[in-house]
Write a protein that binds this ligand. Structure first.
Ligand SMILES: [Zn+2]
Length: 280
């Protein structure tokens, strides 16, 4: 199509932020960080390379995900431990906080619950910011690598994509079949992954993660959570995924319990107050 005469004027309209952050109820980050500093490890697990692992994270405790051995990206699913229908909502988290999340931002749950499931309290990669390519760390724009897209684009089956790893780990944790577990798997928080969109074509890109052994991201559990983490077959996601080619390393998970009284004043968030009648 040819451009209309006023194309330049239409493009020149200034954008407005959909959800200005000063409208949000703010978490008490100082309280959380003080509690995190005194917390002790209660339970640990390791997501082995090209596998996933589950941990229950009680409300009021912390989940730390740590890079060990080598640069590695993780795909994280979060559920309400008592109700799997309430789960991490990547799309709404993106709409509220932007394409990538870091310290002070929150991970929101699906409709009709829509409440913060977790708050990011510490992120050793929060110095990274946005690089010259428009890349940043911990994205909520990718979905998760999966065998269906692999089949579509490469024409063969690969069973250790994050989607399949998460499915097997959830199935084993709940004692159900992979067929029963699969519908619960949802779009992830791409932990440590460095991604963005190309300015020219708007395509999703990835680049080698800046994560190094010892780096971690730590979440405060606002509700009782079940966390499932896959060590992505893409490794640092600097070259490719959906294959066994990339060097791949484990990711360590730990649940940390704060000392008694460290969270005084904290109240777990209620489910969203919308009445659900939709005008009827
Ligand atoms: Zn993956």
């Amino acid at each position: 199509m040819s451009e209309p005469n006023d194309a330049a004027a239409r493009r020149a309209v200034e954008p407005v932020i959909c959800y200005p952050t000063n409208d949000f109820p703010q978490p008490d980050l100082t309280l959380y960080q003080r509690a995190a500093a005194s917390a002790v490890v209660a339970v640990e697990a390791t997501a082995q390379p090209r596998e996933a692992s589950c941990l229950e994270v009680p409300a009021g405790s912390f989940l730390r995900i740590t890079s060990v051995e080598g640069a590695q990206v993780g795909d994280l699913n979060l559920f309400n431990a008592a109700d799997l229908s309430e789960r991490f909502y990547s799309g709404k988290t993106r709409a509220l906080h932007g394409t990538h999340v870091s310290t002070g931002e929150r991970l929101w749950s699906s409709f009709p619950h829509l409440r913060p499931m977790a708050t990011i309290v510490r992120d050793t990669l929060d110095w990274y910011g946005i690089d010259e390519y428009g890349g940043s760390v911990h994205d909520v724009i990718g979905t998760r690598c999966d065998p269906y897209t692999g089949r579509l684009l490469q024409g063969h089956d690969y069973h250790h994509c994050c989607h399949s790893n998460l499915t097997r780990a959830l199935a084993d944790h709940l004692g159900i079949s992979v067929q029963e577990a699969e519908p619960h798997i949802h779009d992830v928080l791409n932990v440590f992954m460095c991604t963005g969109f190309t300015r020219e074509t708007g395509q999703y890109f990835m680049k080698a993660s800046p994560v190094r052994p010892g780096d971690y991201i730590e979440l405060f559990a606002e509700i009782d959570m079940l966390a499932v983490l896959s060590a992505c077959p893409g490794g640092d996601c600097g070259a490719e995924h959906t294959s066994d080619t990339a060097p791949c390393y484990p990711l360590h998970m730990s649940v940390r319990t704060p000392v008694e009284g460290a969270l005084s004043g904290w109240v777990p968030p209620e489910r969203n107050a919308y009445d659900g009648t939709h005008g009827r």
